[in-house]
Design a binder for this molecule. Sequence first.
Ligand SMILES: *Cc1c(COP(=O)(O)O)cnc(C)c1O
Length: 421
Amino acid sequence: MDHFIYRDGALYAEDVPVAEIAAAVGTPFYVYSTATLLRHFRLFDEALAGLDHLVCYAMKAASNQAILKTLAQAGAGMDVVSQGEYLRAKAAGVSGDKIVFSGVGKTAEEIRTALTGGIRQFNVESEPEMAAINAVALDLGVVAPITIRVNPDVDAKTHAKIATGKSENKFGIPISRARDVYALAASMKGLDVIGIDVHIGSQLTELEPFRLAYQKVAELTETLRADGHDIRRLDLGGGLGIPYESSNTAPPLPIDYGAMVKESLGHLNVEIEIEPGRLIAGNSGIMVSKVIYVKQGEDRQFLILDGAMNDLIRPAMYEAHHDIIPVIEAEPGMQQTAYDIVGPVCESGDTFAKGRHMAPLKADELVAFRSAGAYGAVMSSEYNSRPLIPEVLVNGDQFAVIRKRPTFDEMINRDTIPEWL
Ligand SMILES: *Cc1c(COP(=O)(O)O)cnc(C)c1O
């Protein structure tokens, strides 16, 4: 459920007509709904009620300061994967003890920044990284709280590019080697081994892979405790999927996920941490774009938009589906047309949808890409020298630009010319 709905034939973001935002900021742009962000955060928070828990938003999904602040004020922690994200979270007012540091390649500089600024825990992904964290902690005279990310070798049944829990993936240490690696960690004076971390992938549409992974984590918890480790926190990662296609069956709800977590791990008396990104931000944002031309090809019609793959790369990168809807609702009963919906970038991959059936559209009309809030703006680029598109946040009947569109001069003047030219 989200807060982008038609009222009297016009698409609204909460109580603001989307066309009004388009008139104010120009197209294309992203717009997010505060109510949807908060709703999705609370669904997770409530799903884990009764367990000692913290929902750490995986901010790589959408990392605008205003989004982070909205969620942080509601009580969310943050899952970060780089120094830049760590500093963004801090800048949005998140305290270090609510920031979890994930990612396979943390550098000594990143580790130092986090240990100096405060960190809830590092999720360690390899032995060399563990040694690096230990070294920086000893150098600073502090102790670094860590979990170790285990790779449970389960099939997440999702797109290959976002599956992370199989033995062939680069993430975590093989669960079969966990006891040895935990023993090594316990011998390092700069580390405090507090728990186990697992994250098997993104856009999971079934609970079963999670259940399999969490059962393995439950067994490992008991084994490691028997080995003398004080395992008191389990970080279960993110990955719960969202319905991208209104016509498909929906993935499990956070409440069902929460029930499964309680069933698999509730008996262990541990603190539970989860790191949802997509499910919090995905349906909280849309991308709005304008039709530039309707072009008749030999055997098909192209809808050429002013938005492109550089603004929303998911269709090109993951063969992802986004529902694309008109901002002014079509008259009921209108004959539908099949369109190939494309952007202006000079690549055939700049195709959002093929043969998509929609009521006829004309130049200058607006369309909205639904479920574009996660892995949308954060993955955008200025390919083809198209300035990064603005982000807007709606809250009830108010809206604000939360990242402005750079001017062409701003974009060009980020380059510098060497003195010999
Ligand atoms: C990407 C990622 C997440 C978030 O995944 P979603 O599918 O967006 O929920 C959580 N944890 C880690 C370690 C990740 O890499």
